[in-house]
Design a protein around this ligand. Structure first.
Ligand code: GRG
Length: 300
């Protein structure tokens, strides 16, 4: 069941949320060759109550390009991107990385199970994501394009590289340009890919795809600034949810470089620019604009 909406909830269609949860549950079933405990740990991490921003972005981008009919076509891409996101969280929480005890309000995967299982859960989610795309997106040529673009976003030039540089930057001073480069790869690439996946799955035009990619880049950037601001404010909703016991150790953030108010202003500007990037879609992109505005004001 999708979580009941609260004033703090993203402006997401409940039926769409249910569609995403059902698809996630379906793709998180495995045959008897998957050890029972591994399957349980995969479902524990993937089906934990996250915001599902990325899968919603995939489906809203598809809808903006191809209407309601395109949403069903893009559903495997929504599942795949959430799998990559969940894998990255499981691995990021490991003692060798951020060493977190809690994630999404529950013990992290390695705390609930063990470290080896958490590593394997990440491996399984990463590979399953590409199985979902390769077998779920039609026709095959579109599936191949989706696989290629998600691989790029999740690989060493984006998510993995951003994470490596982020870890290397601990206890070091870095400037704004370096910080932005890290976040463009570590956080932004998956936002960008979500929008592009939706456009490709729906067979959107090159112009539609470019506009959505720009929206995704601006939104991903704003998301990261807001994430840093939430860490500074130590919002109650985040305590014991996202913030690791050691999350602040020697890390440069937007507010530490720019100050809190300038960071807030920059996030607001980016949300505005994101919305402008999709002007040409008119009313078809209104749900995307509303989601962008939520990202700008979110408190969890
Ligand atoms: C291990 C290759 C690898 C990468 C890890 C995702 C990540 C990279 C690190 C997580 C650290 C972190 C909290 C980064 C800030 C941005 C971020 C990804 C926040 C979590 O995303 P939400 O808020 O999470 O969408 P939910 O739980 O709602 O899905």
């Amino acid at each position: 069941m999708a979580a009941a909406p609260t004033s703090d909830s993203p402006p997401l269609d409940a039926q769409r949320s249910e569609q995403i949860e059902t698809a996630l549950r379906r793709w998180a079933q495995f045959d008897a060759n998957c050890p029972a405990q591994l399957g349980e740990a995969i479902r524990y991490s993937l089906l934990a109550p996250g915001k599902r921003l990325r899968p919603h972005l995939v489906l809203l981008a598809a809808e903006a390009c191809g209407g309601a009919a395109a949403v069903e076509q893009a559903l495997p891409a929504a599942v795949a991107v959430e799998m990559i996101h969940a894998y990255s969280l499981v691995h990021d929480d490991l003692p060798a990385m951020d060493d977190d005890d809690l994630r999404r309000g529950r013990p992290t995967c390695h705390k609930q199970f063990d470290e080896a299982t958490a590593i394997l859960v990440g491996d399984a989610l990463l590979t399953r994501a590409f199985e979902v795309l390769a077998t779920g997106i039609q026709p095959g040529e579109r599936a191949a394009r989706c696989c290629a673009l998600l691989a790029k976003a999740a690989g060493p030039e984006a998510l993995v590289g951003g994470q490596a540089d982020d870890l290397a930057a601990e206890f070091r001073h870095i400037g704004l340009e370096r910080l932005q480069s890290i976040h463009r790869r570590k956080t932004g690439a998956l936002f960008r890919a979500s929008l592009e996946l939706g456009a490709v799955a729906a067979d959107g035009s090159a112009e539609q795809r470019q506009a959505l990619v720009l929206f995704g880049e601006k939104l991903g950037h704003a998301f990261q600034i807001v994430d840093d601001l939430l860490d500074v404010s130590g919002n109650e909703a985040n305590v014991g949810k996202r913030i690791g016991k050691d999350r602040h150790r020697g890390k440069v953030t937007y507010p530490s470089l720019l100050g809190v108010e300038p960071s807030r202003r920059r996030a607001a500007e980016l949300i505005e620019e994101a919305c402008q990037a999709i002007d040409s879609f008119g009313a078809a992109a209104q749900p995307l604009r509303e989601l962008a505005e939520f990202v700008g004001r979110r408190s969890r």
